[in-house]
Design a protein around this ligand. Structure first.
Ligand code: VG1
Ligand code: CO
Length: 588
């Protein structure tokens, strides 16, 4: 590394250290020098659905991460970060410790005033969003590849959120990508590595780093959103059994302080509660395949009443009842239908509802019944934020186990669990010990009886050859463009087919090619898109949905109910021919 442009930053040199836990220690260090490190562009630093995700080994190349971070600062107007505050968190995965030091130094080098970092580099995605908002920070970084596995041979990732706590929109990420292609130097503060294990402030004069408790602000927000005493009344009942699987990911740090210490769950109700760099060799994705241990417990003999899991960075959730799986599409609809009654934050009613395009239409029916504004956006949480900032949207969700609200600008796994516990607690608040409780499956069945059931399933074909997958999507795009209303697809009649385009109602920005959909006259849909979060090959996602108004047919297994439509999706797409795959890797 060679330095040029070294310049001195004003300094202060008093050292004050205090060990009192009420006032975290302040270490005042000497001034820091700025150094400029020459670099060369890397190809392919383009962000996907949610941040930049690559194999760890790619990120560990010299300057690979540093280039992207510097390109980000080069993309922002200086007033957005100079002397400002940035939040830094992560899911505890392998390489986060090194990455945190790199990010902190580049923040210092670019004139950021202060970095607020979670202790040990830990802070969940929703907590980062909450802290940005509460501390009025200019933005924040999240070191996570979310549900992708971690460890030396697996994935790493980085996301940037701006001042509303919202994931950076494509207008920003496109600029960052542009700058990564021409970057020639990285600005760094010449400061030592920060001890992230020690709470408190390290002060370099014009730049400081504060190591904060990753849970405190988030917990305070949850206590304002929910009625904790209502939830406690349920969790602490001897006749209600609760289990939360943190999948050795970031919510391990949140589960005990929230569920055990605040809400009275027994300590053994938390499984895999210690965040690990490789998630205990797991795939921290809370679905029926990767959270199978939890599913087996709920479906086992004498299973608990309520089970939930969360993903790598804590923004996804899976909700289970005894021998019962709540699809994420139903989950958001049921939370929306019950929010006003059961969650204090929504006591005046939600302002509007929204879902991603492939998510089932269950939420649409709730919006219609409650007479609420409703929006359909592309896949990815970044599309909800503008609607929330404009006061048009309160509750939203994605079929990919993402549920949330405008309390922050990210999906929020623990929030969803607390929302469900609120609903169940409310329904059982007058039940005497020993009386039969209203269960998760009771709540869902009642919902279907009122609104009808949107059968939904998603098939994922992970790590296909990119070429075949791309050809399949091109083929489908072409087929959709040539199709017209009235065309016959097996026993279904086409209403329309297209490649989804979205115009943001707030800022007018347009995104296209967001998923090829075939919508039939009875409301059934088959949708195809490629994942934008993988790090190897291509993942094909096929979404299948069919509405069933007849309550006598609601208790059929989704795979059985959807079989004809699934077969149609596979034959229409020629998926096997294009990808060579016989079976999906994950079925939801
Ligand atoms: C997936 C999901 C999408 C979600 C995204 C980020 O994207 O489908 O709904 O917003 O992951 O979630 P894709 O492009 O792979 O389908 V997370 O929890 O990984 O940040
Ligand atoms: Co996630």
């Amino acid at each position: 590394m060679s330095f040029k442009n070294a310049s001195r930053v004003p300094s202060s040199v008093t050292v004050k250290a205090s060990s009192a836990s009420s006032s975290p220690p302040t270490t005042v260090d000497q001034s820091h020098e700025l150094k400029t490190v020459p670099t060369q562009p890397f190809e392919g630093q383009k962000t996907g659905t949610s941040g930049l995700r690559k194999k760890v080994k790619v990120f560990m190349q010299e300057n690979y991460l540093a280039n992207w971070i510097q390109a980000l600062f080069d993309s922002l107007p200086p007033e957005d970060y100079k002397n400002g505050v940035l939040v830094l968190g992560g899911d505890g995965r392998y390489f986060n410790r090194e990455a945190a030091q790199i990010i902190i130094k580049i923040a210092a080098g670019n004139g950021v005033g202060k970095v607020l970092v979670g202790q040990d580099g830990i802070m969940s995605t929703p907590a980062v969003s909450a802290v940005i908002r509460k501390r009025k920070a200019n933005g924040g970084f999240i070191m996570s590849a979310s549900h992708n596995p971690g460890g030396p041979d697996y994935d790493w990732g980085i996301k940037f959120n701006y001042s509303s706590g919202q994931p950076a929109p494509e207008s920003i990420t496109d600029k960052i990508y542009g700058n990564t292609l021409s970057i020639s130097e990285i600005k760094m503060g010449d400061i030592p590595d920060i001890d992230l294990s020690r709470l408190g402030l390290v002060d370099y004069g014009a730049f400081s780093v504060e190591v904060v408790d990753p849970v405190a602000d988030y917990l305070e927000l949850m206590e304002n959103v929910f009625d904790f005493s209502l939830i406690r009344s349920l969790i602490s009942r001897p006749d209600f059994r609760f289990i939360f699987d943190a999948m050795h990911a970031v919510t391990g740090a949140y589960a005990k302080p929230i569920f055990v210490d605040k809400l009275g769950a027994s300590p053994d109700s938390i499984s895999n509660g210690v965040p690990l760099e490789d998630f205990g060799h797991g795939h921290p994705d809370p679905n029926l395949t990767y959270a199978k241990d939890l599913v087996d417990i709920l479906y086992g003999e004498n299973g608990p009443d309520f089970g939930a899991a969360s993903d790598g960075d804590g923004d996804r959730n899976m909700i289970l009842g005894r021998a019962f799986f709540v699809t994420p599409s139903d989950s958001v609809a049921i939370i929306a239908a019950n929010a006003q009654e059961t969650i204090p934050y929504f006591k005046t009613g939600p302002k509007g509802l929204a879902r991603s395009m492939p998510t089932s239409g269950a939420l649409d029916r709730v919006a219609e019944k409650l007479n609420l504004p409703f929006y359909e956006v592309p896949t990815g949480w970044k599309f909800f934020g503008n609607l929330m900032d404009a006061g048009k949207l309160s509750i939203c969700g994605e079929e990919s186990f993402g549920t949330g609200s405008d309390h922050i600008r990210e999906k929020d796994g623990i929030w969803a669990v607390l929302a469900w516990l609120s609903i169940i607690a409310y329904r059982n608040k007058d039940k005497k010990p020993g009386e039969k409780l209203v269960s998760v499956s009771d709540v869902v069945n009642e919902h279907w009886a009122t609104y009808g059931r949107n059968f939904f399933s998603r098939y994922d074909y992970e790590e296909c050859e990119s070429e075949g997958a791309n050809k399949m999507v091109e083929y489908l795009r072409d087929l959709a463009s040539k199709s017209k209303a009235g065309d016959k697809y097996g026993s279904y009649t086409l209403q329309f087919a297209d490649d989804f385009t979205y115009t943001d109602p707030v800022d007018g920005s347009v995104v296209s090619k967001q998923g090829v959909r075939f919508v039939f006259t009875d409301g059934s849909r088959i949708i195809f898109r490629l994942s934008g979060t993988g790090s190897a090959g291509a993942t094909v996602r096929v979404y299948i949905e069919q509405f069933e108004p007849d309550a006598s047919k609601h208790n059929v297994d989704a795979q059985t109910a959807l079989k004809p439509l699934i077969d149609l999706a596979l034959s229409t797409s020629k998926l096997k021919e294009f990808t060579g795959r016989e079976q999906p890797t994950v079925i939801t």
